[in-house]
Write a protein that binds this ligand. Sequence first.
Ligand code: C2E
Ligand code: CA
Ligand code: CA
Ligand code: CA
Length: 285
Amino acid sequence: AKAQGGNRYELADPDSDARVISRHSLTNRLPAALEGHEFFIEYQPLVRMCDGGVEGAEALVRWEHPRHGVLGPDRFIPLAEHTGLIVPLGRWVLEEAVRQACEWQVRGIGGARPLRVNVNLSPRQLSHPDLVSETVAVLENAGLPPESLCLEVTESAMIRADDAELKPLRQLAELGVGIALDDFGTGYSNLASLRRLPASTLKLDRSFTRGLQQHPADPVDLKIVEGIVSLAHVLDLSVTVEGVETAAQAAHLRELGCDSAQGWYYARPGPPERVTVPLPLAAAQ
Ligand code: C2E
Ligand code: CA
Ligand code: CA
Ligand code: CA
């Protein structure tokens, strides 16, 4: 369960009893959980590689289940996606994250460069007819500039989308909302297809950077990441790397020209105040 006073709790261990909680019972409880405010959001800082500053944070939803403790999104997002509850749940996450970003900005966190918030969008939300109007309304109600929001859509969802399904993302991008191609490298997009996507950022999947955890790094992994970064830059995409766990990885990725990074090395996901806590000193070197 959630500990008080900023201490971390652990997400329910997927190998423990929690795994046997039936999908059926979780699915049935989802609407009541949304009504009953059992969901909460953790934020994980996004760190600029050039100066080690925090440029924003990704919103990651959790469910504090009254009987089973805190459940991670992998346990319930697929269920919510299946039943369609992801639409109101995702709308709540968006509203809450946008409100939080406004609060950071009002408090001047991030200094001259206002913090941004990244919100994950599932395929069902992507094809929802009100995506654009609702997103614009949420931004306007909160008074957050569109540039301070980035929507993360997985590479596999984006490449599956046809032009009609990409249109809302393109409209949002034209308004200034950032679009990130999430889990890049796991969706098998061909290079040509990248050009038609309205993305501004490529989020390189964690699986690519495992070989960079040590000094010296795996030379083939170095070359692959180098290639992806230069391709992304040719296409005018910034590159964020996820799952950075060691100082060695961070150093390699900075050298390879990655623009920003996210991972346990800098900070685990945590309460909103997490983005104001100093990062490891080495991050800024
Ligand atoms: P994701 O978008 O790829 O998010 C990154 C995941 O990697 C998060 O898992 C994060 O806690 C974890 N992570 C961050 N740094 C590290 C690291 O250094 N090492 C390792 N091993 N892991 C790291 P989490 O929070 O369990 O979220 C899992 C997935 O659930 C997310 O993957 C995202 O696809 C989905 N998700 C989370 N929140 C939402 C949401 O509000 N809406 C939707 N549709 N999906 C969400
Ligand atoms: Ca994400
Ligand atoms: Ca990701
Ligand atoms: Ca991932």
